[in-house]
Design a protein around this ligand. Structure first.
Ligand code: MCA
Ligand code: AMP
Length: 470
């Protein structure tokens, strides 16, 4: 059973806890959660796919849990999504309605509200492990986001593998304040907790002060963050020290800078566990509670996952800790496909079942992996968000004052990379930043727009982005 802690038979037999989920000022016991989510399941059962506005609220938790009980794939939508991105996601996914919170503009789709106080004790058969749990939209280097379809089996395999690596048990109290529309916050945070059976606390935002408070008020033991979160914790020594008594601090979604790793160790006494993955593969590499946690390295393959490192011809690259190669991963945690995009799927998922991550890595003789960077400059990681340069360029070109646009990620101490757009045209930078926010999600807005006379191009007319990143 995917959400093992919500097994109706064991909950009915008394396996309840008062604080299964705390989010947005509401705390749900396990039986409350099961009863209310089963009531949601009754109302959405039979639907093909539904959109869930992924706010950090009890309503969202119940919507998602209800879909998983009923076996209805859900499509998490960023709450701040802009008009163009939302229209694409709704059309591409074929979502039949909104479940839970309703956005300002429902785009003509019907709405099924979630009732916090409704209860049903109907017992659903567990959906097939190979069936889709959700469709999650993620950016590529070009074009609109693609819908990653992930099975229940993949999620279960990944959570169990991480539980083994992190010694994650029902005695943990998991805390994070990350978005509920990405793997990190949704799959590991919420679904992980509902599978393992530990209390889950969502802090709304992942600020150092709220993490410190969750340690004190909820007894948080296991804290998740993207590197930006940990860097802000290090910059707030009082909050950092409050996390000393936690069990494990886990970083992922982007490279954790070595000074942040060292700062966390100095202030909290914890060497953070670093892990690596993607929307497509879920989490495939991690350091372990009982193993080496080496700054700058993301560890070993998790259970049942294999990795390989190859050069441009596909030939294996030596595991000497120095030679760069393209990282491929294989195992039970991989996605099924990009929805409606067989060619795009075939580009990254080969006939032997290896996922080509697009990341460049090294592996040392002990099997430790270090992620060196991306093969393409057009996939930007900012604050742990994956952002496609092409998607932002297309949005900018939709503005009448823009003739040419090139978007790059430039190094940033806080965010890892920050989005900078070079534009040929006569619009105001502030207007363009707001325009992108209207069309796409807020986190896809360029931090800076530089108006230039021309873009540097090679003889073929291709923009020389490396020159813009200097
Ligand atoms: C942001 N702001 C802006 C702009 N961008 N204002 C004007 N122009 C812009 N271009 C505003 C924000 O709205 C915010 O305003 C303020 O500036 C500060 O923004 P920011 O620096 O971004 O800080 P933040 O809002 O506190 O966000 C930082 C964050 C966030 C919390 C770390 O980036 C985040 O939640 N990241 C997590 C992403 C994630 O979960 N990725 C996982 C992907 P105001 O203060 O008024 O709001 S899943 C994955 O990667 C895999 C599977 C894995 O390995 O986990
Ligand atoms: P997403 O689909 O948003 O999860 O983005 C996946 C990408 O994030 C990966 O392909 C990597 O480029 C990057 N990533 C995730 N975790 C790490 C990590 N621990 N270190 C470096 N890069 C990471």
């Amino acid at each position: 059973m995917l959400l093992a802690s919500l097994n109706p038979a064991t909950v009915a037999a008394g396996a309840d806890i008062p604080n299964a989920v705390s989010v947005g000022g509401t705390t749900l016991s396990r039986s409350d959660l099961l009863g209310a989510a089963t009531s949601v399941a009754e109302r959405v059962g039979g639907a093909g796919r539904v959109a869930v506005l992924a706010t950090p609220t009890a309503s969202t938790v119940l919507a998602i849990t209800g879909c998983l009980i009923a076996g209805v794939p859900f499509v998490p939508i960023p709450p701040d999504v802009g008009v163009a991105e939302r229209a694409h996601i709704l059309t591409d996914s074929g979502a039949q309605g909104w479940l839970g919170e309703l956005p300002d503009d429902p785009a003509g789709l019907p709405h099924v509200p979630v009732r916090l106080h409704a209860r049903s004790w109907h017992r659903y058969a567990e959906p097939h492990p190979a069936s889709a749990a959700y469709i999650m939209y993620t950016s590529g280097t070009t074009g609109a986001p693609k819908g990653v379809q992930t099975s229940r089996r993949a999620i279960a395999a990944d959570i169990d593998a991480l539980a083994a690596a992190w010694q994650w048990t029902p005695d943990d109290v998991l805390v994070h304040g990350l978005p509920m529309f990405h793997v990190h916050g949704l799959v590991l945070g919420l679904l992980g907790s509902l599978r393992i059976g530990n209390p889950f606390v969502h802090t709304g935002k992942p600020t150092p002060q709220l993490y410190a408070q969750a340690r004190a008020e909820h007894g948080g033991t296991l804290f998740f963050g993207v590197p930006t979160v940990w860097s802000r914790v290090v910059a707030d020594p009082d909050s950092a020290r409050a996390l000393s008594s936690a069990r494990l601090l886990v970083s992922g979604s982007a490279a954790l800078p070595v000074p942040v790793f060292d700062g966390l160790r100095a202030l909290t006494g914890h060497a953070p566990v670093e892990r690596y993955g993607s929307t497509e593969s879920l989490i495939t590499l991690s350091t372990r509670v009982d193993g080496e946690r080496r700054p700058g390295w993301v560890g070993l393959p998790v259970r049942d996952v294999q990795t390989r490192l190859v050069d441009e011809t596909g030939a294996p690259v030596p595991h000497d800790g120095e030679t760069l190669g393209q990282l491929h991963v294989q195992g039970p945690t991989l996605f099924d496909k990009y929805l409606n995009r067989p060619e795009a799927t075939a580009e990254v998922l080969d006939a032997d079942g290896w996922y080509h991550t697009g990341d460049v890595a090294v592996i040392d003789q002990s099997g430790m992996h270090r992620i060196v960077g991306r093969e393409s400059v057009d996939l930007i990681k900012s604050g742990g968000y994956r952002i496609g340069a092409g998607e932002i360029e297309t949005a900018l070109l939709g503005h009448p004052g823009v003739r040419e646009a090139a978007v790059v990620g430039v190094p940033d101490d806080d965010l890892g990379q920050r989005i900078v757009a070079y534009v040929v045209g006569d619009a105001e930078p502030e207007e363009l930043i707001a325009f992108v926010g209207q069309q796409l999600s807020a986190h896809k807005r360029p931090r800076e727009v530089r108006i230039v006379d021309s873009l540097p191009r090679n003889a073929m007319g291709k923009v020389l982005k490396k020159e813009l990143m200097r």
